[in-house]
Ligand binder design. Structure first.
Ligand code: SAH
Length: 219
């Protein structure tokens, strides 16, 4: 629920989460502000709602997880968004990160392959009233060609390499954030496009669910 009573109940825990993020080194004020205004408790299943503002990953159904807030925060800070970008997100999941992004960039396009998760995310996003989010059911390893190129692409699931269609849909100077490795462990990697060249920088070890699709892992 996102009613006024729930808002009151969760205000304290949400403040504490933001404190945790700050103590963990998140400095970008726009990112911290996004965590302040997006109610994580309406994106998590009711069985785990009491843990909505813990800094931990939580199950969202279908064997998928909503990432730990500090991981989302690091991701978002790494993108250095100014509010003017077109962003493509692969793996909508609960829609929580999509909602955070909607406060940090101009337009968000998000692709999810699991229909049940996408339907639920669509409903929650409708309830919070975000107007700059477009959702698509499909294989995100193919990108979303219609609205590209994108200034930033976030991949919320792990691949062994960057899917070629995503690089093609990246704007000049655009950056793509993706966990690269095997199905168990990955290194969060940021790739930046400079003309035809792509430079890569490794950020640190992470664990994401596999990116399943034509340019990802087999299902
Ligand atoms: N950022 C999400 C967490 C996503 S978990 C959140 O805040 O809740 C990773 C998601 O990627 C899962 O929902 C999974 O179904 C989705 N996924 C995996 N492979 C995909 C693909 N090829 N295209 C689109 N979504 C994919």
């Amino acid at each position: 629920m996102a009613g006024p009573v729930e808002e009151q109940i969760y205000r304290g825990p949400r403040r504490r989460l933001i404190e945790t993020l700050r103590e963990g080194g998140i400095r970008d004020l726009a990112v911290l502000r996004a965590f302040e205004v997006v109610p994580r408790h309406i994106f998590v299943p009711s069985a785990v709602v009491h843990r909505a503002y813990d800094d931990s990953a939580l199950p969202i159904g279908g064997g998928q997880t909503i990432s730990q807030p500090s991981v989302h925060a690091r991701y978002l800070e790494e993108l250095k968004l100014t509010g003017h970008e077109r962003v493509l997100e692969i793996g909508t999941g609960s829609g929580y990160q999509t909602a955070l992004l909607s406060h940090l960039a101009a337009q968000i396009f998000s692709v999810e392959r699991n229909r049940e998760l996408l339907d639920r995310a669509r409903e929650v996003i409708r309830r919070i009233g975000a107007r700059n989010i477009s959702l698509l059911l499909g294989d995100g390893t193919l990108g979303w060609r219609e609205y590209g190129p994108y200034d930033a692409i976030l991949v919320s699931a792990a691949a062994s390499d960057i899917p070629a269609p995503l690089l093609e849909q990246l704007a000049p100077e655009g950056r793509i954030l993706i966990p690269l490795g095997d199905r168990e462990e990955q290194i969060l990697t940021v790739a930046t496009r400079e003309g035809d060249a792509v430079t890569r920088r490794e950020i640190g070890p992470v664990r994401f669910v596999p990116l399943v699709g034509a340019h990802g892992w087999p299902s």
